[in-house]
Design a protein. Structure first.
Length: 117
DNA sequence: TGCTTGACAGAAG
DNA sequence: CCTTCTGCCAAGC
């Protein structure tokens, strides 16, 4: 497992993008996950910001549900008001402070592995 | 080559 | 709760 002390080679950067796309495409409807989690699952724990960059520049053709990715506090991406609307249409709950209710809607691997809720 | 920018995270005030 | 600061690191200029 690589960590923040290692630099990405162009090949690893390609693999990272592919992993990010794969992971995001698997987020279930009605759930959200975080940049940091995606980065960690891709094998680069300290590259949460790269995930954001990757999604920002992701091609339309990838048809990724990138609106299901929020930061750890449940805040939606700045400058993208539509994201909240899209999530609410899927049933994602928002708290009074405008953040996603992470307790209830955060996608965890356990949900897949154990088949719970 | 060096400085600035973020769809981030976490701590501090 | 909100703002600011630090750490992070590929990209842009």
């Amino acid at each position: 497992m690589k960590d923040y002390r290692d630099r990405m080679t162009s090949e690893e950067a390609r693999a990272f993008r592919d992993d990010v796309h794969n992971i995001v495409s698997q987020i279930p409807r009605g759930y959200v996950t975080t940049y940091g989690d995606i980065a960690a699952l891709a094998g680069w724990p300290s590259h949460s910001r790269m995930v954001g960059r990757t999604l920002r520049y992701a091609p339309e053709s990838a048809e990724l549900p990138c609106h299901r990715v929020v930061n750890k506090e449940g805040r939606t991406a700045p400058g993208w008001a539509m994201q909240r609307v899209m999530l609410e249409n899927e049933g994602v709950r928002f708290k009074a402070n405008g953040h996603v209710d992470m307790e209830r809607c955060k996608w965890r691997l356990e949900i897949i592995l154990k088949g719970e809720k």
